[in-house]
Design a binder for this molecule. Structure first.
Ligand SMILES: [Zn+2]
Length: 109
């Protein structure tokens, strides 16, 4: 079945790219305190790679506005809004805010 082979190949390629993206983001986090420019470069590379392979990076690992990798307490401030059951993430580099809901129950599928 050629179509299945094609799909399997496409999937494994994407899987490799996704792993590479994660590695790049890990490196970005590791190198942030030592070399911010290098860290930013890793994030840029990961984003480009993700774009090329149409992978979603989720936007929880780095700031979409300035590209700074999120490190809790260092580049990221997390604020809980229990009233709305929302979490607000604030990038300490550019001040961009991102909020999303949190709940212990996963929506049923
Ligand atoms: Zn930012």
């Amino acid at each position: 079945m050629p179509i299945f082979i094609f799909l399997a190949k496409a999937m494994s390629k994407n899987e490799i790219a996704r792993q590479r993206c994660e590695q790049l983001l890990e490196l970005a986090a590791k190198n942030y305190s030592a070399d911010k420019k290098l860290s930013l470069r890793y994030v840029t590379l990961a984003r480009k790679l993700a774009m090329r392979h149409r992978i979603s990076l989720g936007g929880k690992k780095f700031c979409k506005k300035c590209g700074t990798v999120f490190i809790a307490g260092e580049t990221l401030k997390v604020r809980l809004e229990p009233k709305n059951k929302r979490v607000q993430w604030i990038c300490l580099q550019c001040g961009a805010k991102k909020s999303f809901g949190y709940s212990k129950k996963q929506p049923a599928h």
